[in-house]
Design a protein around this ligand. Structure first.
Ligand code: ARG
Length: 454
């Protein structure tokens, strides 16, 4: 492609380090799409003949067909997808192919191809997140009143409902979805026409190509355009946050599935056995969701590191953007799908959750609140009284509900039997009716609100 200036061909190692075709072939459809839009614009502006445009379009359709049917030979010597496509086009249609690259550089071409690709990745992520949210809503609705222990520091804190717990993840995935939507809006400007870095002297119409490729308009600064990879970084940042959320849900699923907890069951299709220990059922899918999060975050850090020292405008370092992008997108796709499947198949065990929901004196706050409400004791003092009651119960190895009234009265004489009403986990959960709280009525409201958002 630049034989005019060079007298010998690159060394084998130069070719090996330089070639990106092994991975950027995934941009073939976007590359063809971009070339069709570019050549249509060139003809409309009178820069190439309409007959050349028609030949280019027919030839590109044939190239596309060859790639899609697996009848295309990719060449490492031709470096990347752009030159592979153009070179084959030339073989098919001859001279008119040589006019396609007028007023274009691979720098604006690759920027356009990757934006088109990452735009689709955004749309996929958004759709998958919507499906995951729907799966969580179904489970949360069914378990709006299923009591489970709530934790802080992984110590029993206050009882909550399983529905409420799942709805916490709906909030996270809802934010993830809006992050993808938000970054998609920002990326939807067309790089094509920025040229190598400075624009072009040909009378191109960048608005026309932008429109043809579904962009809101052209980018404004040609230097920025060819040296910007923000849209990939934003995708990977949103993917990393989303993967972190998926990983936390996976981690909880793993804990809930463990025998000492036994809060949920996952059917065989999401687990594996052990080759040695016959009793085992391992939550491998959840573990891999947790583990693969490392790859997504790693991809983001990798590209940030590539970009951070680059002077304007394009430098070949930027070719290192694609592998992390593809890996992050592929990984996100599979972990989102697997998580949605696991959530759909997750079977909570309400008896187990209820059995431990009251453990660790998880209704102590209810007791303290009752002292405030019924006996008008200031909260700080009520906290102290409750602490003493906890230690009495601990000494006797019993729960609050099993503690005789006299023992409580020995700590605070004004306590009467009305206190027993608030000590049960069901009552505790039902009483938490503040906006966003764990009470089943509030959980049902959260579910209803989210149903209107999906
Ligand atoms: N394969 C290259 C990349 O991905 C395309 C752009 C090449 N541009 C250049 N000036 N060598 O970045």
């Amino acid at each position: 492609m630049w034989g005019g200036r060079f007298s010998s061909s690159p060394s084998a190692l130069m070719e090996a380090i330089n070639a990106s075709i092994d991975f950027d072939k995934r941009l073939y459809a976007q590359d063809v799409q971009g070339s069709i839009a570019h050549s249509a614009m060139l003809a409309k502006q009178g820069i190439i003949a309409e007959s050349d445009r028609d030949a280019i379009h027919q030839g590109l359709q044939r190239v596309l067909g060859e790639i899609e049917s697996g009848n295309f030979t990719f060449s490492t010597a031709l470096e990347d997808i752009h030159m592979n496509v153009e070179s084959r086009l030339r073989e098919i249609i001859g001279d008119p192919a040589a006019r396609l690259h007028t007023a274009r550089s691979r720098n604006d071409q690759v920027a356009t191809d990757t934006r088109l690709w990452v735009r689709e990745a955004h749309d996929r992520a958004e759709e998958q997140l919507t499906n995951l949210i729907k799966a969580l809503l179904d489970k949360a609705e069914a378990h709006a009143a299923t009591v489970m222990p709530g934790f802080t520091h992984l110590q029993s804190a206050q009882p909550v409902t399983f529905g409420h717990h799942l709805m916490a993840y709906v909030e996270m995935f809802g934010r993830d979805r809006s992050r993808f939507r938000d970054s998609r809006k920002r990326l939807n400007e067309c790089p094509l026409g920025a040229g190598a870095l400075a624009g072009t002297s040909f009378p191109i119409d960048r608005h026309m190509t932008a429109k043809a490729l579904g962009f809101d308009g052209p980018t404004r600064n040609s230097l920025d355009t060819v040296s910007d990879r923000d849209s990939l970084l934003e995708f990977m940042a949103a993917a990393s946050i989303c993967a972190m959320h998926l990983s936390r849900l996976a981690e909880e699923t793993i804990i809930w599935m463990s025998a000492p907890f036994g809060f949920v069951k996952l059917p065989d299709r999401w687990t594996t056995g052990s080759s040695m220990m016959p009793q085992k059922r391992n939550p491998d899918a959840a573990e891999l969701v947790r583990g693969k999060t490392g790859r997504v975050i790693g991809s983001l850090v990798s590209l940030l590191t590539v970009m951070k020292g680059l002077p304007l405008a394009y430098a070949k370092d930027m070719q290192e953007d694609k592998e992390p992008l593809f890996d992050a997108a592929d990984t996100l796709e599979i972990v989102l799908a697997a998580t949605t499947g696991m959530i759909q198949d997750l079977e909570p065990v309400p008896e187990r959750m209820a059995a431990v929901a009251g453990a660790g004196f998880s209704t102590a706050t209810d007791l303290a609140d009752w002292l405030v409400r019924s006996l008008n004791i200031p909260f700080r003092d009520a906290h102290h009284v409750t602490g003493r009651i906890v230690s009495e119960a601990e000494k006797r190895g019993c729960s609050f509900e099993e503690l005789p009234l006299e023992v409580m009265q020995a700590v605070e004489p004004k306590i009467h039997k009305g206190i027993y009403d608030v000590l049960g986990v069901e009552n505790s959960v039902r009483s938490r009716t503040s906006f966003g709280g764990t009470s089943p009525v509030r959980v049902a409201e959260q579910v209803a609100w989210w149903r209107s958002q999906v």
